[in-house]
Design a protein around this ligand. Structure first.
Ligand SMILES: Nc1nc2c(ncn2[C@@H]2O[C@H](COP(=O)(O)OP(=O)(O)OP(=O)(O)O)[C@@H](O)[C@H]2O)c(=O)[nH]1
Ligand SMILES: [Mg+2]
Length: 422
């Protein structure tokens, strides 16, 4: 009984819109304390038919995401099951096991691999007594932490509010139940009414904020479109670097363009597109754009919010699809990126596959990937190996474009826009 009550109290605290996991801990630190690290247990459901990732790999990526968000992972729990339980995600025996694990490890956070419904979050929190979040929420958190430009911040906030809007309902129900649910007769009605009114006000507030953010994102998208049109008029071909998060996209941009894009061994280091001009001695000049990385099950709220940024790839003459060839998941990453590109309507853009991190990769794996993708170029952004081949491949691909780009005929007009790097 005590557990249940503390679960509800926590629920009221957690569903207040506008808080980030990291932000909360940082706020605590502001009162003269060290920021306390979240201590998490990871939770996964492996599909019995084996269609998802292998049971052992299931939580690898989630652990990297958690580490990126500054969360300590204490333990993991996986259940093999056909479908998630609608009320508690896991089966009842497994939920008890999870509650014991959380107690034993003194964890204060549970992160689920899949996307949880508001009811599942509530169901789990009431039994386990600690905060429960899902993978989508974690990714939104990381994006929130890494957004630098005002456009990036607006896009992330929009995505987070889109995630929270339908989840406000859970809070409303909880408030009604706490207020008057169990009270006999009609005595609870007035209280429930107040709860619902508050919920409606919150919803309206969220929708208003989302409209303002959408307008802000639209305005920057229009500006971006104007600069893009200028590049098109100047007939400067554009190359967009795309790929799974952490593949080495920014490192490659730095190598090819002598840029200073953020390179970091965390997921989603880059959110804002960075455009640089690259000129080769034999005359092909093009713009090279770094873009936000992709991940399996990229939250659709983020894809929607980042659509104008992702336009950089849709409008490109060539997509450099960078793959971390040293990752055991390289093949899945390629498939995921291609699926997202299809989703955003960029599947018509010619693709040049770049197998990066060959210095780390097992040579057999690189050979296997090359056999499977004959047009791919193998490089290492760290050692510089293969970069000449890549430059040649890009030039050759750009030369085959129709109408042909202005090879060697264009005056040296400034075309670099450094968008959004403040
Ligand atoms: N060993 C090795 N490490 C590399 C190579 N290329 C990139 N890295 C490292 O991989 C990590 C990720 O590189 P980034 O360039 O930030 O990757 P990204 O694709 O831009 O990642 P996000 O922007 O976070 O999606 C960094 O720690 C890089 O130093 C490479 O060829 N070899
Ligand atoms: Mg990057």
């Amino acid at each position: 009984m005590r557990r249940r009550r503390s679960g509800r109290r926590r629920e009221r605290e957690m569903t207040m819109p506008g808080t980030w996991l990291i932000g909360e801990r940082a706020a605590g630190a502001g009162r003269g304390q060290e920021p306390r690290q979240w201590r998490a247990v990871l939770l996964g459901l492996a599909e019995r038919d084996g269609s998802g990732p292998a049971e052992t790999d299931l939580l690898e990526e989630l652990e990297r995401l958690a580490a990126t968000d500054g969360i300590a992972v204490l333990d993991r729990l996986v259940q093999v099951r056909d479908h998630p339980d609608p009320a508690t995600y896991l089966g009842s025996g497994k939920v008890r096991e999870l509650a014991e694990l959380v107690d034993a490890r003194q964890a204060d956070l549970v992160i689920a691999e899949g996307e949880l419904t508001p009811a599942q979050v509530r169901g789990l929190e009431e039994i386990i007594g600690v905060r429960v979040v899902d993978r989508t929420r974690l990714i939104l958190d990381i994006f929130g932490e890494h957004a630098r430009s005002s456009e990036g911040k607006a896009q992330v906030e929009l995505a987070r509010l889109a995630y929270e809007l339908p989840r406000l309902r859970g809070q409303g129900r909880a408030m009604s139940r706490i207020g008057g649910g169990r009270v006999a007769g009609g005595a609870g009605i007035g209280v429930r009414g107040r709860g619902e009114m508050r919920l409606e006000i919150q919803r309206r507030h969220l929708r208003r904020r989302m409209r303002a953010l959408r307008e802000q994102v639209r305005r920057t998208a229009r500006r971006r479109e104007v600069t893009r049109q200028r590049r098109v008029r100047n007939r400067v071909p554009s190359v967009a670097i795309t790929g799974y998060t952490n593949a080495g996209k920014s490192a490659l941009l730095n190598r090819l363009a002598g840029a200073d894009a953020d390179v970091a061994d965390v997921l989603f280091a880059t959110l804002d597109p960075l455009v640089r001009q690259v000129g080769a001695p034999d005359g092909v000049t093009y713009t090279l754009t770094d873009t936000v990385g992709f991940v399996r099950h990229l939250p659709h709220q983020l894809v929607d919010a980042f659509r104008s940024t992702l336009e950089e790839v849709v409008q490109a003459d060539l997509a450099l699809h960078v793959v971390d060839a040293s990752s055991p998941e390289a093949a899945e990453h390629i498939a995921t990126v291609r699926a997202v590109l299809r989703d955003i309507g960029a599947d018509g853009v010619p693709e040049l596959l770049v197998l990066n991190k060959t210095d780390l990769a097992d040579p057999d794996q690189t050979t296997g990937l090359r056999r499977e993708h004959p047009g791919a170029v193998a490089v290492s952004a760290s050692t510089g190996e293969g970069l000449e081949n890549l430059r040649d491949a890009v030039r050759d691909r750009l030369r085959t474009l129709s109408p042909p780009p202005s090879v060697g005929t264009r005056p040296n007009t400034p075309l670099i826009e450094e968008e959004a790097t403040s």
